[in-house]
Design a protein. Structure first.
Length: 668
């Protein structure tokens, strides 16, 4: 009967409206054939403006228009149409209308609500979904006891609550029955010791990245946690550890602090361990004499190092921090060439390097245009001219030092820390000085028969932090020549900048093995102004012109006249002239004190009639010229009330004033 009734209804419709096209006919037939389905209450959101109709067809009368983005609910479906309830406000009242809408313009609506940040941990293997809908397949599953963070709750279209969580930078949805809420907690700082090898994790779960391995026996500390996870730091990295891998301990926490640019010397064969304690597994052995560069210092006195492509720990008792010019991992470049080999460098290349510095710094240099002098000396003595030039450039500040200008002494020969200027040898010319140093180097530091020989190359030295040389880790010229452990490396750097190193050339270059005798000390002396007063600090043996020796007793006052390159000092006592070599200029204060010797530190230093610049200069002093500083009856230097000017006496007996800023006191 039901089927017959529908046929009658369809017949009446055709008679009333006439025949339509076949597609329209089929559409109507499909609608009529669809049955009503009762569904679970579901919430939808409109995706476009659409009509709410009295029936499940566009032929039915429109009740009203529901605008895009509005929310409707339904429990009834007929084909692609839904019977919905739509609630809206009208004249301050809530109005609900019921009717049919096309499902083509609906999408399931999930209501998202912000919540306080909450930590949830999985109770079992837990599926994560890309949308809050179990009808869709889970994207991934994560194991039990892993933490997830959420600050959003979702009420999905069928009224089920889900939580939106973040994992590895993506958003997922999890159903509440799989998770349990945990509140973060804080506690008094507590030490924990690893029961087994484990890991520091990026976050509170094994699903997160392993930041670093924590070896068995390692002690860490924590003051907070969440769930079964403690927040801690290890080797400078922050993360989480699981409490099942640790036990409480009273042992001190081992902290690793990153360090850099520190060199250590292995004093004795040392075992590289997998952890910072004696019981850790052995990875390798680092032999005595090796330099290592630790990356971390451990609070228990161990150090973390990389050696032979392995990372481990060594006990601090077997290593010591040093300063060294060693290249550590290689022996290459100019620092290790035989300095008795000929260099292909040209005079022009040397001159250009010096000129670039001089022009950039607006200075004058005694080395300007002297490149050929280094070539000539190198050829004469069988010495690497590039090294010789670099050595002179380094020691003299590109030929701009006071000793270079005042004494033509590029290398500071004869100079001591206590007496850098007065002690230095005086040469007649720059050429004489270059020739002298070339011969001296070939005869001593580059001569296997000389006690100063430690290898015919620049090399390096190694010093303790208290500046004691470690002989077994020092070599080459740097061993004896310079107290600076990086001296050889710096000279090599100058060489490289003048002419880049050619490995192929030096591999085949033959050293000149000719040996020369050491050059005699050059003739030269420093002559002091008249009236320079000195006092003996201990008994000194002096010799007169006839060769007669007498003792100059302690506290005797005398006049200082000259100091020769061989450190023979000429003095005057009671109108008699004497010479002495008892004064040791590397520690002169043990032997003499001088009251009134000064030296000009700049060229054309004006001498004024008064201690001011108001009046014209009465004379000028040359750079490095020695001056007689006037003293009072008590032997004190005479200065103006501001203590900015010295009163001096010129060679013609005239007195004047000079700025104290440009005067160096010598042998005081």
């Amino acid at each position: 009967m039901k089927k017959f009734g529908k046929i009658i209804l369809l017949t009446l419709t055709l008679l009333l409206f006439g025949f339509t096209s076949s597609s329209e006919f089929l559409s109507i037939q499909k609608v009529e054939a669809s049955s009503i389905v009762i569904t679970k209450k579901t919430t939808y959101q409109t995706t476009s403006n659409l009509k709410l109709r009295t029936g499940a067809s566009v032929k039915n009368k429109a009740i009203l228009t529901i605008r895009k983005g509005k929310i409707v609910t339904t429990t009834t479906q007929k084909g692609s149409w839904y019977k919905v309830a739509y609630t809206y406000s009208s004249k301050g009242k809530k109005v609900t209308k019921t009717g049919w809408v096309s499902g083509q313009y609906l999408k399931e609506y999930n209501k998202i609500v912000k919540t306080p940040g909450t930590y949830y941990f999985t109770k079992t293997s837990t599926p994560l979904y890309l949308s809050p809908d179990t009808k869709k397949k889970a994207t991934i599953r994560i194991p039990a006891n892993n933490g997830l963070y959420s600050n959003q709750k979702v009420l999905n279209s069928i009224g089920k609550t889900w939580y939106k969580v973040s994992y590895k930078g993506k958003s997922y949805y999890v159903y509440p029955s799989y998770i349990k809420k945990f509140t973060p907690f804080k506690f008094k700082k507590t030490a924990y010791k690893a029961k087994r090898d484990t890991y520091l994790y990026q976050s509170y779960g094994t699903i997160y990245s392993k930041l670093i391995k924590i070896p068995k026996g390692t002690v860490v500390s924590s003051t907070s946690g969440v769930g079964s996870w403690y927040k801690t730091s290890y080797t400078g990295k922050n993360g989480y550890i699981h409490k099942s891998s640790f036990i409480k301990t009273s042992e001190p926490v081992v902290i690793e602090t990153a360090i850099s640019n520190k060199v250590f010397l292995v004093n004795t064969n040392v075992i590289l361990k997998s952890g910072a304690w004696e019981g850790a597994a052995t990875l390798s052995t680092i032999p005595q004499g090796k330099f290592i560069l630790p990356t971390h210092k451990v609070s228990n006195g161990w150090y973390k190092v990389n050696y032979a492509e392995k990372t481990g720990y060594v006990a601090g008792s077997h290593i010591q921090e040093v300063r060294t010019g060693s290249q550590i991992t290689s022996r290459s470049g100019y620092q290790f060439i035989d300095l008795r080999t000929k260099s292909p460098v040209t005079a022009s290349q040397i001159d250009t390097y010096i000129a670039n510095f001089v022009n950039a710094n607006d200075k004058k240099s005694v080395l300007t245009g002297k490149g050929q002098s280094f070539i000539d000396a190198g050829n004469k003595y069988g010495l690497n001219a590039l090294y010789l030039a670099a050595h002179a450039i380094h020691e003299s500040g590109y030929g701009t030092s006071n000793i270079s200008f005042g004494k033509y002494n590029l290398f500071g020969f004869g100079a001591y820390d206590a007496t850098p200027y007065i002690g230095a040898f005086r040469f007649k010319s720059i050429e004489q000085n270059i020739d002298y140093i070339a011969r001296a180097m070939k005869a001593t530091y580059l001569n296997p028969g000389n006690w100063k020989y430690k290898g015919a190359y620049l090399g390096y030295s190694t010093k303790t932090l208290s500046n004691a040389r470690i002989d077994s880790s020092s070599e080459g010229m740097n061993y004896f020549y310079a107290s600076d452990p990086y001296w050889g490396k710096v000279i090599a750097s100058h060489m490289q900048k003048i002419l880049p190193y050619d490995k192929t050339y030096y591999q085949s270059a033959k050293p000149n093995l000719t040996v020369f005798s050491a050059p005699p000390i050059p003739t030269g002396k420093d002559t002091f102004p008249s009236g320079i007063l000195a006092t003996a600090k201990q008994n000194l043996k002096v010799t007169d012109a006839a060769g007669k020796v007498k003792t100059l007793e302690k506290d005797t006052e005398f006049l200082l006249l000259e100091k020769a390159n061989d450190f023979k000092v000429k003095i005057q006592l009671d109108d008699e002239i004497y010479w002495t070599k008892d004064i040791k200029f590397d520690r002169y204060k043990e032997f003499i004190s001088v009251k009134n010797l000064g030296r000009a530190l700049t060229s054309s230093l004006n001498v004024r009639p008064d201690p001011s610049t108001d009046k014209a200069a009465i004379s000028t002093l040359k750079l490095n010229q020695y001056v007689h500083i006037v003293t009072d009856k008590e032997g004190n230097q005479v200065m103006d009330s501001s203590k900015n000017w010295y009163k001096i006496k010129l060679s013609n007996g005239t007195t004047g004033w000079v700025s104290a800023y440009y005067i160096a006191r010598e042998l005081e």
